[in-house]
Design a binder for this molecule. Structure first.
Ligand code: SAM
Length: 344
């Protein structure tokens, strides 16, 4: 019964994000326990909060408390009065000074087009060439994203909301950018990762943000960063080190080998490719981390069936060795992504 009903968890999380309940509780770090009616009074304009239903919100808060999103405070022992504060997990939904949180990632999963694809996961098994998303919507996800500014905007915000905290953790704990003067970000999109790296590491004098011509055409001006349009399957600009985030996961093994081969060619002897990707553990245990990574793999299978998949450390190591990299090392700074270093 729990497994069948688990779909209520993301649905309720979506409601919490939609209602801005996390911001209502957080209030600049106060995180004071609030009742459902306090939350509604803070989160909704009075015209809506007057007739909103605190009891229904409390039902959602209780359920998400059992999944570790909220902490529950019983004000009366019989449970007739309850208040809620945020746990560390709940705090990921609070909007930061940059306007980002994990909230956009939650909302993105509830877009109509994606919702239509979820019941078709079996299609990926029955017909390996079909993409459940295409079956449900008639065209590939990235084609739809390109056509619908709302969907594209939410996707970009969702990616930044997840990427920015990861990059902060990498910049705090990783010293691999020391000694690098020219750094290339392959598939760097708008250049956000390079901007953060250059701010923290002044030794990186030149950042090359390499992406498709149509993508870099829209990228903003960033001091120290040169935007270069091209195709990573053809060639990649030379650098002392190459950075890449969330790129390999969306391609097949053969395509990954082509990309990594071009990285290898673009590096000097002793240079390194720094790739940040979700990495599956070898064993399918029931930890939160393993579950998040395995669930993410089903997401990739549903949306980008024909292309990517989540891989294990060993699979990444073998891909690197097959194109000539001689050394391999991994670093963990985050629950979702692992930093993989391939040495030439
Ligand atoms: C999943 S996004 C990751 C973006 C960014 N690295 C991040 O982590 O937020 C993959 C990126 O690869 C770029 N890309 C796709 N095909 C490419 C190609 N053939 N050559 C260069 N970049 C490409 C896309 O435009 C996109 O920006």
């Amino acid at each position: 019964m729990e497994l069948a009903n688990m779909i209520r968890v993301p649905m309720s999380l979506n409601a919490i994000v939609w209602l801005n309940a996390a911001d209502a509780i957080w209030q600049d770090g106060a995180n004071t326990p609030l009742s459902a009616s306090d939350i509604l009074a803070r989160a909704l304009p009075s015209s809506s909060s007057d007739h909103a239903d605190p009891e229904n919100l409390q039902r959602i808060l209780r359920m998400l408390t059992s999944y570790g999103v909220f902490a529950e405070h019983l004000i009366t022992p019989d449970g007739s009065q309850r208040k809620y504060s945020l746990t560390d997990i709940g705090k990921t939904l609070v909007t930061g000074p940059d306007g980002l949180s994990y909230g956009a990632y939650v909302l993105q999963h509830h877009q109509d087009a994606l919702m239509r694809a979820w019941p078709l996961v079996h299609e990926a098994v029955v017909d390996p060439r079909s993409e459940p998303f295409v079956k449900a919507n008639g065209e590939a996800a990235y084609v739809q994203y390109g056509k619908e500014p709302g969907m594209n905007g939410l996707m970009l915000k969702a990616m930044s909301g997840v990427s920015v905290p990861f990059m902060k953790a990498v910049l705090d704990g990783y010293d691999g950018f020391e000694g690098v003067e020219r750094l290339v970000d392959v598939g760097g999109s708008a250049g956000d990762c390079l901007r953060m790296i250059l701010q923290k590491h002044p030794n990186v004098r030149e950042g090359i943000n390499f992406d498709l011509p149509e993508v870099v055409a829209k990228a903003p001006n960033i001091p120290g960063v040169k935007h270069v349009g091209g195709d990573m399957f053809q060639s990649i600009p030379a650098g002392d080190a190459i950075f890449m985030k969330w790129v390999l996961t969306t391609w097949t093994d053969e395509e990954c080998k082509l990309i990594m081969e071009n990285c290898y060619k673009a590096l000097p002897a002793g240079g390194k490719l720094i790739a940040c990707e979700p990495v599956l553990p070898a064993e399918s245990d029931s930890s939160h981390r393993t579950r998040a990574l395995l669930e993410g793999d089903i997401f990739v299978m549903t949306i980008y069936r024909a292309k990517g998949k989540h891989r294990t450390e060993d699979e990444f190591r073998k891909l690197g060795l097959s194109v000539g990299f001689s050394g391999f090392q991994t670093f963990s700074f985050d629950y979702f992504y692992t930093l993989l270093e391939f040495h030439k």
